[in-house]
Design a protein around this ligand. Structure first.
Ligand SMILES: *Cc1c(COP(=O)(O)O)cnc(C)c1O
Length: 389
């Protein structure tokens, strides 16, 4: 064997996003023991920073030791018991994943169906929950499979009225658009490190409300997963009554998350959100000047994930492979029913810069022109430039 030397890529797909040199440097700092007093200080800082980032005061906040999907699994496996009714609003791939998981938890799943590319509809959810005894309502804030943004406040209010706990997937939203656990009244929210936080994948920031913790404490039977059992994991992360061994924390990965949180606080959360929006507007101006259009209607678009319709007669996979080969630039393909129909262009975290917007428009229009699509490179860049100011 030889050392692995990865190619240098520019990551503008659905995640991971580009990781800044500061975060990469933090990852390579010396490993300490996970019960070292210095490391415990870092854990407390991460918990506090996550609580600020998600606006989750009074919630149990911690980074779970696995990628975003672990947050989903922890939420579902801790809150649901066999026989419970789990309502899930499905408007893309990740709602679909919640349905699968809730079924595995033994719950009776109440699917609330939406067209892919549309946001979750509060009226549909209210109608579905009416007169039913529902334990949880799950939905995705930022659907990465389609680029649609849903409004969690009204959905959480409907769930509360129906006596249900809410599970809000904030994997792609956190750091890119406002996440407001307390303002929404959400019970569990979870995220991932490799989208708008621009750290490597492998951790899942997680927050659980006091009400949800009570529900977990009152379970009839133990959660069937051990690693992500909230009662057990909080004996390590909670810090109350001394920290006891539960699992060995991914120490260096947590250095990376800590640095990513420092980076975001230095910029300021509001400034980071404004930057994502500005880069999105510049990208969309460029795409439209090139004759391309987006899947999601204006007003429901995610700034950090742009689903672009593939024009008729274009081989979409060939466009992506040319962009990767010539520009070392990665964008994403469509999933499920949108396979072959869209590209997914991420503007997440460190990948949301004017430089990324210009490079992506250059590479995409060049790859399209290579398939006899009218050469729109100049027009696209000029339109984006006018927005970038
Ligand atoms: C990426 C993503 C996930 C899964 O996260 P992993 O880190 O890949 O496990 C879940 N939900 C949404 C909305 C995502 O974008």
């Amino acid at each position: 064997m030889k050392s692995f030397d990865p190619p240098r890529r520019i990551l503008m797909g659905p995640g991971p996003s580009d990781v800044s040199p500061r975060v990469l440097a933090a990852l390579s700092r010396p490993t300490v023991g996970h019960l070292d007093p210095a490391f415990q200080g870092l854990m407390e800082e991460i918990k506090d920073a996550l609580s600020r980032l998600m606006n989750a005061p009074g919630y149990a906040c911690l980074p779970l030791p696995a990628p975003g999907t672990a947050g989903m699994e922890a939420a579902i496996m801790n809150l649901l018991e066999p026989g419970d009714v789990a309502a899930v609003a499905v408007n893309g791939q990740f709602g679909e994943r919640m349905v699968d998981m809730a079924g595995r938890a033994g719950a009776e799943v109440l699917r609330i169906e939406h067209d892919w590319g549309t946001p979750v509809d509060a009226q549909k959810v209210a109608d579905a929950l009416k007169g039913r005894k529902v334990k949880t309502l799950g939905f995705v804030h930022a659907e990465t499979s389609t680029g649609a943004l849903s409004d969690p406040g009204p959905l959480c209010a409907i769930a509360r009225e129906a006596g249900a706990l809410t599970i809000v997937d904030c994997v792609t939203s956190l750091g890119g658009v406002p996440v407001d656990a307390a303002g929404w009244g959400a019970d569990v929210i979870y995220s991932g490190t490799q989208k708008c936080l621009s750290a490597p994948p492998g951790l899942s920031p997680f927050a659980m409300s006091p009400r949800a913790r009570e529900a977990v404490a009152g379970r009839k039977e133990k959660a069937r997963n051990w690693l992500l059992d909230m009662g057990l994991i909080m004996s390590y992360w909670g810090g109350e009554g001394g920290r006891t061994y539960h699992h060995t924390a991914p120490i260096n990965a947590l250095y990376g998350l800590h640095e990513a949180l420092v980076v975001i606080e230095e910029e300021g959360l509001a400034a980071a959100h404004a930057r994502h929006r500005a880069m999105h507007e510049a990208l969309v101006a460029g795409l439209e000047a090139a004759g391309l259009s987006l899947l999601v209607a204006p007003g429901h678009r995610l700034p950090q994930l742009n689903a672009v319709k593939v024009p008729d007669g274009i081989d979409e996979a060939q466009v992506r492979s040319r962009m990767l080969a010539k520009y070392s630039l990665e964008i994403g393909a469509g999933l499920g029913p949108l396979k072959g129909q869209i590209w997914r262009i991420g503007l997440m975290g460190a990948s949301a810069t004017p430089w990324h917007v210009r490079l992506c428009l250059t590479a995409l229009t060049e790859a399209l022109a290579a398939q006899n699509y009218p050469d729109a490179g100049k027009a696209a860049l000029a339109a984006a430039e006018a927005r970038l100011g």
